[in-house]
Design a protein around this ligand. Structure first.
Ligand SMILES: [Zn+2]
Length: 127
């Protein structure tokens, strides 16, 4: 798969998920910070700007994985305001409580986003 082919699929989901007001930078030469992640998307403090990173090996992803990973990362953009709320909500807590709640919330959001990404791909006809 080429960068052009990746972007073609990316743009399909970018429109379907109604995120075209975002400005996305493709950091082709930088891998996600998390070693086991297939991809990551980092949002800038300024609104609606994000950087997408792909793990080494993305060119070999099958069609299902390609679509699922793109959807997963794009859905994170919809959670930006929730993430901001969470950061505000835990601000007054102790460091331990803050850490515990952030980890639990992160785990739950990752699970939700991943289930939704699978559902979107299945609904789109790759099931
Ligand atoms: Zn994720």
């Amino acid at each position: 798969m080429t960068r052009r082919e990746f972007k073609r699929v990316f743009n399909v989901w970018f429109k379907i998920l109604r995120l075209t007001h975002w400005e996305i930078y493709f950091d082709w030469d930088t891998e996600p910070e998390n070693d086991i992640a297939l991809a990551s998307i980092a949002m800038e403090d300024d609104y609606d700007i994000a950087h997408l990173r792909l793990a080494d090996g993305w060119k070999e992803w099958d069609e299902y994985t390609l679509n699922r990973v793109i959807i997963h990362e794009l859905l994170h953009l919809h959670f930006r305001d929730y993430d901001e709320l969470l950061d505000t909500a835990v601000r007054t807590l102790s460091a331990d409580a803050k850490d515990l709640i952030r980890k639990q919330a992160h785990h739950e959001v990752e699970g939700l986003i991943d289930r939704l990404a699978h559902s979107f791909v299945d609904a789109h006809g790759f099931a």
